[in-house]
Design a protein around this ligand. Structure first.
Ligand SMILES: Nc1ncnc2c1ncn2[C@@H]1O[C@H](COP(=O)(O)OP(=O)(O)OP(=O)(O)O)[C@@H](O)[C@H]1O
Ligand SMILES: [Mg+2]
Length: 480
Protein backbone atom coordinates (compact mmCIF):
# COMPACT_ATOMS: atom_id res chain seq x y z
CA UNK A 1 0.00 0.00 0.00
CA UNK A 2 1.31 3.45 -0.95
CA UNK A 3 2.42 5.76 1.86
CA UNK A 4 -0.17 8.48 2.70
CA UNK A 5 2.48 11.17 3.39
CA UNK A 6 5.48 12.15 1.32
CA UNK A 7 8.82 12.57 3.11
CA UNK A 8 8.83 16.35 2.53
CA UNK A 9 5.40 16.63 4.17
CA UNK A 10 6.66 14.70 7.24
CA UNK A 11 9.72 16.93 7.62
CA UNK A 12 7.50 20.03 7.31
CA UNK A 13 5.18 18.84 10.08
CA UNK A 14 8.15 18.00 12.28
CA UNK A 15 9.54 21.50 11.83
CA UNK A 16 6.14 23.02 12.70
CA UNK A 17 5.86 20.87 15.81
CA UNK A 18 9.39 21.76 16.90
CA UNK A 19 8.82 25.49 16.52
CA UNK A 20 5.51 25.23 18.43
CA UNK A 21 7.30 23.44 21.29
CA UNK A 22 10.14 26.03 21.24
CA UNK A 23 7.68 28.88 21.48
CA UNK A 24 5.83 27.06 24.38
CA UNK A 25 9.10 26.48 26.23
CA UNK A 26 10.09 30.11 25.59
CA UNK A 27 6.81 31.41 26.99
CA UNK A 28 7.18 29.11 30.07
CA UNK A 29 10.62 30.61 30.68
CA UNK A 30 9.14 34.06 30.30
CA UNK A 31 6.36 33.23 32.81
CA UNK A 32 8.93 31.82 35.21
CA UNK A 33 11.19 34.91 34.99
CA UNK A 34 8.19 37.22 35.44
CA UNK A 35 7.11 35.15 38.43
CA UNK A 36 10.63 35.43 39.84
CA UNK A 37 10.45 39.19 39.65
CA UNK A 38 6.86 39.74 40.77
CA UNK A 39 6.17 37.05 43.40
CA UNK A 40 8.03 36.84 46.74
CA UNK A 41 10.21 33.74 47.25
CA UNK A 42 8.08 31.97 49.92
CA UNK A 43 4.79 32.45 48.10
CA UNK A 44 6.49 31.27 44.95
CA UNK A 45 7.67 27.97 46.42
CA UNK A 46 4.23 27.44 47.96
CA UNK A 47 2.57 27.97 44.59
CA UNK A 48 5.00 25.58 42.93
CA UNK A 49 4.31 22.89 45.53
CA UNK A 50 0.55 23.28 44.97
CA UNK A 51 1.17 23.03 41.21
CA UNK A 52 3.27 19.93 41.66
CA UNK A 53 0.62 18.34 43.88
CA UNK A 54 -2.08 18.80 41.26
CA UNK A 55 -0.05 17.82 38.24
CA UNK A 56 1.94 14.85 39.56
CA UNK A 57 -0.04 11.71 38.75
CA UNK A 58 -1.18 10.07 42.06
CA UNK A 59 -0.91 6.31 42.47
CA UNK A 60 -4.42 4.89 42.70
CA UNK A 61 -3.10 1.93 44.70
CA UNK A 62 -2.55 1.31 48.35
CA UNK A 63 -0.13 -1.35 49.61
CA UNK A 64 -0.48 -3.00 53.00
CA UNK A 65 2.48 -4.93 54.36
CA UNK A 66 2.34 -7.84 56.75
CA UNK A 67 5.58 -8.67 58.47
CA UNK A 68 6.13 -12.16 59.78
CA UNK A 69 6.63 -10.75 63.23
CA UNK A 70 4.39 -8.29 64.94
CA UNK A 71 6.34 -6.91 67.85
CA UNK A 72 7.45 -9.96 69.79
CA UNK A 73 4.74 -12.28 68.51
CA UNK A 74 3.92 -13.92 65.22
CA UNK A 75 1.75 -11.84 62.94
CA UNK A 76 -1.54 -13.67 62.58
CA UNK A 77 -2.31 -12.05 59.22
CA UNK A 78 1.06 -13.15 57.85
CA UNK A 79 0.43 -16.74 58.92
CA UNK A 80 -3.09 -16.67 57.51
CA UNK A 81 -1.89 -15.15 54.21
CA UNK A 82 0.70 -17.87 53.85
CA UNK A 83 -1.91 -20.60 54.18
CA UNK A 84 -4.65 -18.83 52.23
CA UNK A 85 -2.41 -17.97 49.28
CA UNK A 86 -1.33 -21.58 48.88
CA UNK A 87 -4.87 -22.17 47.55
CA UNK A 88 -4.73 -19.23 45.13
CA UNK A 89 -1.84 -20.31 42.94
CA UNK A 90 -2.40 -19.30 39.31
CA UNK A 91 -0.71 -20.74 36.19
CA UNK A 92 1.28 -17.50 35.88
CA UNK A 93 3.38 -18.32 38.91
CA UNK A 94 6.88 -19.43 38.02
CA UNK A 95 8.33 -20.73 41.29
CA UNK A 96 6.71 -22.49 44.24
CA UNK A 97 8.04 -24.13 47.33
CA UNK A 98 6.52 -27.62 47.70
CA UNK A 99 6.93 -30.20 50.42
CA UNK A 100 5.25 -33.03 52.23
CA UNK A 101 5.96 -35.15 55.25
CA UNK A 102 4.98 -38.79 55.52
CA UNK A 103 2.03 -37.97 57.76
CA UNK A 104 0.62 -35.13 55.70
CA UNK A 105 -2.18 -36.02 53.34
CA UNK A 106 -1.50 -33.22 50.86
CA UNK A 107 1.47 -31.29 49.57
CA UNK A 108 2.25 -28.06 51.33
CA UNK A 109 2.70 -25.26 48.85
CA UNK A 110 4.22 -21.89 49.63
CA UNK A 111 5.16 -18.91 47.49
CA UNK A 112 8.80 -18.43 46.63
CA UNK A 113 10.47 -15.06 47.15
CA UNK A 114 9.21 -12.35 44.83
CA UNK A 115 6.22 -14.33 43.52
CA UNK A 116 2.87 -12.63 43.01
CA UNK A 117 -0.66 -13.92 43.43
CA UNK A 118 -3.85 -12.21 42.23
CA UNK A 119 -7.12 -12.50 44.06
CA UNK A 120 -10.63 -11.23 43.53
CA UNK A 121 -12.90 -10.40 46.44
CA UNK A 122 -16.38 -9.32 45.33
CA UNK A 123 -15.46 -6.55 42.87
CA UNK A 124 -12.04 -5.78 44.36
CA UNK A 125 -8.90 -6.86 42.54
CA UNK A 126 -6.04 -7.63 44.89
CA UNK A 127 -2.39 -8.44 44.36
CA UNK A 128 -0.30 -10.27 46.93
CA UNK A 129 3.47 -10.40 46.76
CA UNK A 130 5.88 -12.33 48.93
CA UNK A 131 9.01 -10.36 49.66
CA UNK A 132 12.19 -11.29 51.54
CA UNK A 133 14.57 -8.54 52.57
CA UNK A 134 17.97 -9.05 54.19
CA UNK A 135 18.43 -6.60 57.02
CA UNK A 136 21.43 -5.71 59.14
CA UNK A 137 25.13 -6.21 58.55
CA UNK A 138 26.62 -9.59 57.69
CA UNK A 139 27.12 -12.05 59.38
CA UNK A 140 24.28 -10.97 61.70
CA UNK A 141 21.91 -10.01 58.95
CA UNK A 142 18.44 -11.47 59.24
CA UNK A 143 15.85 -12.13 56.64
CA UNK A 144 12.66 -10.09 56.96
CA UNK A 145 9.72 -11.84 55.34
CA UNK A 146 6.77 -9.75 54.32
CA UNK A 147 3.54 -10.20 52.42
CA UNK A 148 2.50 -7.10 50.47
CA UNK A 149 -1.13 -6.58 49.51
CA UNK A 150 -1.96 -3.94 46.86
CA UNK A 151 -5.36 -2.77 45.68
CA UNK A 152 -7.18 0.36 44.64
CA UNK A 153 -7.28 2.90 47.47
CA UNK A 154 -10.98 3.36 47.23
CA UNK A 155 -11.46 -0.20 48.55
CA UNK A 156 -9.45 0.34 51.70
CA UNK A 157 -12.40 -0.02 54.07
CA UNK A 158 -13.74 -3.08 52.33
CA UNK A 159 -10.33 -4.76 52.43
CA UNK A 160 -9.77 -3.93 56.10
CA UNK A 161 -13.28 -4.72 57.32
CA UNK A 162 -14.20 -7.70 55.16
CA UNK A 163 -11.38 -9.11 53.05
CA UNK A 164 -8.73 -9.53 55.76
CA UNK A 165 -11.16 -11.14 58.24
CA UNK A 166 -12.25 -13.42 55.38
CA UNK A 167 -8.62 -14.45 54.79
CA UNK A 168 -8.23 -15.24 58.51
CA UNK A 169 -11.34 -17.41 58.57
CA UNK A 170 -10.40 -19.22 55.34
CA UNK A 171 -6.90 -19.93 56.60
CA UNK A 172 -8.31 -21.41 59.78
CA UNK A 173 -10.61 -23.66 57.74
CA UNK A 174 -7.76 -24.84 55.52
CA UNK A 175 -5.56 -25.48 58.54
CA UNK A 176 -8.22 -27.62 60.18
CA UNK A 177 -8.84 -29.67 57.02
CA UNK A 178 -5.28 -30.90 56.74
CA UNK A 179 -4.43 -30.61 60.36
CA UNK A 180 -1.47 -32.59 61.53
CA UNK A 181 -0.47 -32.15 65.11
CA UNK A 182 3.01 -30.92 65.64
CA UNK A 183 5.43 -31.45 68.42
CA UNK A 184 7.60 -28.41 68.87
CA UNK A 185 10.79 -28.46 70.81
CA UNK A 186 13.63 -26.06 71.20
CA UNK A 187 16.35 -28.53 70.31
CA UNK A 188 14.77 -29.52 67.04
CA UNK A 189 16.52 -27.58 64.29
CA UNK A 190 14.15 -28.01 61.36
CA UNK A 191 10.74 -26.70 60.72
CA UNK A 192 9.34 -29.56 58.79
CA UNK A 193 6.13 -28.39 57.18
CA UNK A 194 7.98 -26.52 54.48
CA UNK A 195 6.27 -23.22 55.06
CA UNK A 196 8.40 -20.20 55.66
CA UNK A 197 8.00 -20.35 59.40
CA UNK A 198 10.42 -20.17 62.28
CA UNK A 199 10.18 -16.55 63.29
CA UNK A 200 13.10 -16.32 65.65
CA UNK A 201 15.85 -17.35 63.35
CA UNK A 202 19.14 -17.85 65.06
CA UNK A 203 18.59 -15.86 68.21
CA UNK A 204 18.16 -18.80 70.54
CA UNK A 205 14.45 -18.85 71.17
CA UNK A 206 13.31 -20.66 68.05
CA UNK A 207 11.07 -23.72 68.06
CA UNK A 208 11.53 -26.51 65.58
CA UNK A 209 8.75 -28.95 64.89
CA UNK A 210 8.12 -32.50 63.86
CA UNK A 211 4.77 -34.12 63.22
CA UNK A 212 3.46 -35.72 66.38
CA UNK A 213 3.46 -39.43 65.67
CA UNK A 214 2.25 -40.46 69.12
CA UNK A 215 -0.71 -42.80 68.60
CA UNK A 216 -2.10 -42.42 72.14
CA UNK A 217 -5.76 -41.55 72.37
CA UNK A 218 -8.18 -41.62 75.26
CA UNK A 219 -9.38 -44.97 73.96
CA UNK A 220 -5.94 -46.56 74.27
CA UNK A 221 -5.14 -45.07 77.68
CA UNK A 222 -5.44 -47.39 80.63
CA UNK A 223 -6.97 -45.11 83.22
CA UNK A 224 -9.92 -45.28 85.51
CA UNK A 225 -12.99 -44.51 83.37
CA UNK A 226 -14.30 -41.79 85.65
CA UNK A 227 -10.96 -39.97 85.71
CA UNK A 228 -10.76 -40.23 81.94
CA UNK A 229 -14.29 -38.91 81.59
CA UNK A 230 -13.56 -36.09 84.00
CA UNK A 231 -10.54 -35.01 81.92
CA UNK A 232 -12.44 -35.18 78.62
CA UNK A 233 -15.37 -33.21 80.10
CA UNK A 234 -12.96 -30.66 81.48
CA UNK A 235 -11.30 -30.20 78.09
CA UNK A 236 -14.67 -29.92 76.34
CA UNK A 237 -15.90 -27.35 78.84
CA UNK A 238 -12.69 -25.40 78.41
CA UNK A 239 -13.08 -25.27 74.64
CA UNK A 240 -16.66 -24.06 74.84
CA UNK A 241 -16.06 -21.33 77.36
CA UNK A 242 -14.33 -18.58 75.43
CA UNK A 243 -17.03 -16.04 76.24
CA UNK A 244 -17.25 -17.18 79.83
CA UNK A 245 -13.53 -16.68 80.43
CA UNK A 246 -13.81 -13.23 78.91
CA UNK A 247 -16.80 -12.35 81.06
CA UNK A 248 -15.12 -13.31 84.29
CA UNK A 249 -11.90 -11.59 83.23
CA UNK A 250 -9.69 -14.66 83.18
CA UNK A 251 -7.14 -15.72 80.58
CA UNK A 252 -8.46 -18.53 78.43
CA UNK A 253 -6.06 -21.18 79.64
CA UNK A 254 -6.12 -24.36 81.67
CA UNK A 255 -3.38 -25.94 83.71
CA UNK A 256 -2.90 -29.63 84.52
CA UNK A 257 -0.38 -31.21 86.82
CA UNK A 258 0.16 -34.90 86.04
CA UNK A 259 1.97 -36.83 88.72
CA UNK A 260 2.82 -40.47 89.21
CA UNK A 261 5.61 -43.01 88.80
CA UNK A 262 7.46 -43.54 85.53
CA UNK A 263 5.54 -45.55 82.95
CA UNK A 264 2.05 -44.73 84.18
CA UNK A 265 1.11 -42.79 81.07
CA UNK A 266 1.72 -39.10 81.84
CA UNK A 267 3.35 -38.37 78.50
CA UNK A 268 0.81 -40.62 76.78
CA UNK A 269 -2.00 -38.60 78.36
CA UNK A 270 -0.54 -35.37 76.98
CA UNK A 271 -0.38 -36.95 73.52
CA UNK A 272 -3.97 -38.15 73.92
CA UNK A 273 -5.05 -34.63 74.86
CA UNK A 274 -3.28 -33.18 71.83
CA UNK A 275 -4.81 -35.79 69.51
CA UNK A 276 -8.24 -35.20 71.02
CA UNK A 277 -8.12 -31.40 70.81
CA UNK A 278 -5.99 -31.26 67.69
CA UNK A 279 -3.64 -28.91 69.51
CA UNK A 280 0.09 -28.72 68.87
CA UNK A 281 2.44 -29.51 71.73
CA UNK A 282 5.31 -27.26 72.73
CA UNK A 283 7.69 -29.44 74.68
CA UNK A 284 9.70 -27.05 76.79
CA UNK A 285 12.85 -28.40 78.39
CA UNK A 286 13.72 -25.93 81.07
CA UNK A 287 17.35 -26.95 80.81
CA UNK A 288 17.41 -25.45 77.31
CA UNK A 289 16.33 -22.03 78.55
CA UNK A 290 19.03 -19.80 79.95
CA UNK A 291 17.17 -16.85 81.40
CA UNK A 292 13.76 -15.51 82.27
CA UNK A 293 14.01 -13.16 79.32
CA UNK A 294 14.65 -16.06 76.97
CA UNK A 295 11.79 -18.01 78.51
CA UNK A 296 9.48 -15.07 77.91
CA UNK A 297 10.61 -14.77 74.29
CA UNK A 298 10.22 -18.51 73.81
CA UNK A 299 6.71 -18.57 75.23
CA UNK A 300 5.67 -15.56 73.20
CA UNK A 301 6.63 -17.37 70.03
CA UNK A 302 4.19 -20.22 70.69
CA UNK A 303 0.84 -20.20 68.96
CA UNK A 304 -2.72 -20.37 70.21
CA UNK A 305 -4.59 -23.67 70.46
CA UNK A 306 -1.56 -25.39 71.86
CA UNK A 307 -0.35 -27.35 74.83
CA UNK A 308 2.73 -26.14 76.63
CA UNK A 309 4.34 -29.19 78.19
CA UNK A 310 6.96 -28.94 80.90
CA UNK A 311 8.01 -32.48 81.77
CA UNK A 312 9.67 -33.60 84.97
CA UNK A 313 9.36 -30.25 86.64
CA UNK A 314 10.85 -31.75 89.81
CA UNK A 315 13.98 -32.77 87.90
CA UNK A 316 14.60 -29.27 86.68
CA UNK A 317 16.85 -29.02 89.67
CA UNK A 318 18.84 -26.28 88.03
CA UNK A 319 15.74 -24.16 88.16
CA UNK A 320 14.53 -25.22 91.54
CA UNK A 321 17.88 -24.94 93.24
CA UNK A 322 18.30 -21.38 92.20
CA UNK A 323 17.22 -18.65 94.61
CA UNK A 324 13.46 -18.42 94.68
CA UNK A 325 12.03 -15.15 95.85
CA UNK A 326 8.49 -16.15 96.60
CA UNK A 327 7.51 -12.69 97.73
CA UNK A 328 8.46 -11.31 94.37
CA UNK A 329 7.17 -13.98 92.09
CA UNK A 330 4.50 -11.79 90.58
CA UNK A 331 6.99 -9.15 89.53
CA UNK A 332 7.53 -8.63 85.85
CA UNK A 333 11.30 -8.66 86.06
CA UNK A 334 13.19 -11.59 87.49
CA UNK A 335 15.10 -11.05 90.68
CA UNK A 336 18.41 -11.48 88.93
CA UNK A 337 18.20 -10.86 85.26
CA UNK A 338 20.01 -13.35 83.06
CA UNK A 339 18.95 -16.28 85.24
CA UNK A 340 16.05 -18.64 84.97
CA UNK A 341 14.11 -18.77 88.20
CA UNK A 342 10.97 -20.48 89.34
CA UNK A 343 9.52 -17.03 89.86
CA UNK A 344 10.24 -16.33 86.20
CA UNK A 345 8.43 -19.45 85.12
CA UNK A 346 5.40 -18.69 87.25
CA UNK A 347 5.44 -15.11 86.09
CA UNK A 348 5.30 -16.16 82.50
CA UNK A 349 2.54 -18.63 83.15
CA UNK A 350 0.39 -16.43 85.33
CA UNK A 351 1.00 -13.10 83.78
CA UNK A 352 2.45 -12.12 80.49
CA UNK A 353 2.07 -15.32 78.54
CA UNK A 354 -1.38 -16.25 79.74
CA UNK A 355 -2.80 -12.85 79.03
CA UNK A 356 -1.63 -12.67 75.44
CA UNK A 357 -2.52 -16.16 74.28
CA UNK A 358 -5.85 -17.84 73.75
CA UNK A 359 -6.85 -21.48 74.13
CA UNK A 360 -3.70 -22.49 75.92
CA UNK A 361 -3.20 -25.58 77.97
CA UNK A 362 -0.27 -25.94 80.29
CA UNK A 363 0.81 -29.34 81.53
CA UNK A 364 3.45 -30.04 84.13
CA UNK A 365 4.49 -33.61 84.75
CA UNK A 366 6.39 -34.98 87.69
CA UNK A 367 7.27 -38.28 89.29
CA UNK A 368 7.52 -36.64 92.70
CA UNK A 369 4.73 -34.27 93.55
CA UNK A 370 6.02 -33.90 97.08
CA UNK A 371 9.25 -32.38 95.80
CA UNK A 372 7.55 -29.51 94.05
CA UNK A 373 7.69 -26.00 95.30
CA UNK A 374 4.47 -25.04 97.10
CA UNK A 375 4.21 -22.00 94.83
CA UNK A 376 3.47 -24.41 91.99
CA UNK A 377 0.92 -26.37 93.95
CA UNK A 378 -1.05 -23.61 95.58
CA UNK A 379 -4.76 -23.57 94.70
CA UNK A 380 -5.56 -21.81 91.48
CA UNK A 381 -2.16 -22.33 89.95
CA UNK A 382 -2.86 -25.63 88.21
CA UNK A 383 -6.55 -26.23 87.62
CA UNK A 384 -6.38 -30.00 87.95
CA UNK A 385 -3.98 -32.35 89.69
CA UNK A 386 -4.21 -35.76 88.04
CA UNK A 387 -2.68 -38.79 89.63
CA UNK A 388 -1.50 -41.42 87.17
CA UNK A 389 -1.42 -44.63 89.14
CA UNK A 390 -0.21 -48.19 88.80
CA UNK A 391 -2.15 -50.56 86.63
CA UNK A 392 -5.52 -51.58 87.99
CA UNK A 393 -7.79 -54.44 86.92
CA UNK A 394 -9.73 -52.03 84.75
CA UNK A 395 -6.57 -50.67 83.13
CA UNK A 396 -5.38 -54.22 82.50
CA UNK A 397 -8.63 -55.11 80.67
CA UNK A 398 -8.22 -52.14 78.38
CA UNK A 399 -4.61 -53.07 77.61
CA UNK A 400 -5.58 -56.73 77.04
CA UNK A 401 -8.22 -55.65 74.57
CA UNK A 402 -5.86 -53.20 72.85
CA UNK A 403 -2.80 -55.39 72.64
CA UNK A 404 -4.32 -58.84 72.28
CA UNK A 405 -7.82 -58.17 71.04
CA UNK A 406 -9.31 -59.95 74.06
CA UNK A 407 -12.99 -59.25 74.71
CA UNK A 408 -12.94 -58.36 78.39
CA UNK A 409 -16.69 -58.78 78.79
CA UNK A 410 -16.26 -62.54 78.30
CA UNK A 411 -14.92 -64.95 80.87
CA UNK A 412 -11.16 -65.46 80.78
CA UNK A 413 -9.41 -67.97 83.05
CA UNK A 414 -6.40 -65.67 83.60
CA UNK A 415 -8.30 -62.54 84.60
CA UNK A 416 -9.08 -63.52 88.18
CA UNK A 417 -5.48 -64.35 89.01
CA UNK A 418 -4.13 -61.23 87.27
CA UNK A 419 -6.65 -58.99 89.08
CA UNK A 420 -5.50 -60.42 92.39
CA UNK A 421 -1.82 -59.97 91.55
CA UNK A 422 -2.35 -56.37 90.41
CA UNK A 423 -3.94 -55.57 93.78
CA UNK A 424 -0.85 -56.65 95.66
CA UNK A 425 1.84 -55.61 93.17
CA UNK A 426 2.95 -52.25 91.86
CA UNK A 427 3.07 -52.77 88.11
CA UNK A 428 2.87 -49.81 85.78
CA UNK A 429 0.71 -49.85 82.65
CA UNK A 430 4.00 -49.62 80.71
CA UNK A 431 5.23 -52.85 82.31
CA UNK A 432 1.92 -54.65 81.74
CA UNK A 433 1.80 -53.48 78.12
CA UNK A 434 5.34 -54.68 77.57
CA UNK A 435 4.48 -58.18 78.82
CA UNK A 436 1.38 -58.33 76.64
CA UNK A 437 3.45 -57.48 73.59
CA UNK A 438 5.88 -60.31 74.10
CA UNK A 439 3.69 -62.98 72.58
CA UNK A 440 1.18 -62.95 69.77
CA UNK A 441 -0.68 -65.83 71.32
CA UNK A 442 -3.08 -64.34 73.89
CA UNK A 443 -2.88 -67.17 76.41
CA UNK A 444 0.89 -67.30 76.28
CA UNK A 445 1.07 -63.53 76.72
CA UNK A 446 -1.30 -63.63 79.70
CA UNK A 447 0.69 -66.47 81.26
CA UNK A 448 3.81 -64.35 80.75
CA UNK A 449 2.12 -61.47 82.57
CA UNK A 450 1.14 -63.76 85.47
CA UNK A 451 4.74 -64.94 85.79
CA UNK A 452 6.03 -61.36 85.63
CA UNK A 453 3.63 -60.16 88.33
CA UNK A 454 4.48 -63.10 90.58
CA UNK A 455 8.17 -62.34 90.19
CA UNK A 456 7.55 -58.74 91.10
CA UNK A 457 5.53 -59.73 94.12
CA UNK A 458 8.19 -62.13 95.26
CA UNK A 459 10.85 -59.49 94.84
CA UNK A 460 9.09 -57.69 97.62
CA UNK A 461 7.41 -54.91 95.75
CA UNK A 462 4.09 -55.48 97.45
CA UNK A 463 2.36 -52.29 98.40
CA UNK A 464 0.19 -51.27 101.27
CA UNK A 465 -1.86 -48.36 100.06
CA UNK A 466 -2.43 -49.13 96.44
CA UNK A 467 -5.66 -47.57 95.11
CA UNK A 468 -8.38 -50.07 94.50
CA UNK A 469 -10.39 -50.34 91.33
CA UNK A 470 -13.18 -48.31 92.78
CA UNK A 471 -10.78 -45.49 93.72
CA UNK A 472 -11.04 -42.57 91.33
CA UNK A 473 -7.32 -42.23 90.75
CA UNK A 474 -7.71 -38.53 91.29
CA UNK A 475 -6.83 -38.65 94.94
CA UNK A 476 -3.19 -38.54 95.76
CA UNK A 477 -1.88 -41.96 96.61
CA UNK A 478 0.29 -42.35 99.69
CA UNK A 479 3.03 -44.84 99.04
CA UNK A 480 3.74 -46.69 102.22
N1 LIG B 1 -1.93 -45.57 81.23
C1 LIG B 1 -1.42 -46.12 80.12
N2 LIG B 1 -2.23 -46.61 79.17
C2 LIG B 1 -1.73 -47.18 78.07
N3 LIG B 1 -0.40 -47.31 77.83
C3 LIG B 1 0.44 -46.85 78.74
C4 LIG B 1 -0.02 -46.22 79.93
N4 LIG B 1 1.04 -45.86 80.65
C5 LIG B 1 2.11 -46.20 79.96
N5 LIG B 1 1.78 -46.81 78.82
C6 LIG B 1 2.71 -47.35 77.81
O1 LIG B 1 4.02 -47.16 78.30
C7 LIG B 1 4.78 -46.27 77.51
C8 LIG B 1 5.47 -45.24 78.40
O2 LIG B 1 4.49 -44.43 79.04
P1 LIG B 1 4.63 -42.87 79.24
O3 LIG B 1 5.84 -42.37 78.55
O4 LIG B 1 3.36 -42.22 78.89
O5 LIG B 1 4.86 -42.83 80.80
P2 LIG B 1 5.22 -41.61 81.73
O6 LIG B 1 4.27 -41.65 82.88
O7 LIG B 1 5.26 -40.37 80.95
O8 LIG B 1 6.66 -41.98 82.23
P3 LIG B 1 7.86 -41.01 82.72
O9 LIG B 1 7.50 -40.56 84.09
O10 LIG B 1 9.03 -41.93 82.72
O11 LIG B 1 7.96 -39.92 81.74
C9 LIG B 1 3.77 -45.61 76.59
O12 LIG B 1 4.29 -45.39 75.32
C10 LIG B 1 2.63 -46.61 76.52
O13 LIG B 1 2.85 -47.51 75.49
MG1 LIG C 1 6.82 -39.07 80.45
Amino acid sequence: MASMFSSSEISKSATTLFSAYASFAGSMMLVRSMANELIPHQLRSYLFSVFRYFFTPLSPNLTLTFDERFGMSMNQVYEAAEIYLSTKISPKIERLKVGKTRKQKHFTIALEKGETVHDLFEDVKLTWRFVCIMEGQKPHSEERRVFELSFNKKHKDKVMDFYLPYVLVKAEEIKNQDRVIKLYSKQCPVEDDGRNSGPWGRNGSSWGSIILEHPATFDTLAMEPDVKKMIIDDLERFLKRKEYYKKVGRAWKRGYLLFGPPGTGKSSLVAAMANYLKFDIYDLRLSSVRSDAELRRTLLSTTNRSILLIEDIDCSSEVLERPIEKKNYRQEEPVKSGQLTLSGILNCIDGLWSSCGDERIIVFTTNYKERLDPALLRPGRMDMHIHMSYCTAHGFRLLASNYLGIDSSKYNPFFGEIDGLLKSTEATPAEVAEELMKNEDANAALQGLVNFLKRKRDEGNAIKNKPTDDGDGYEEKKNG
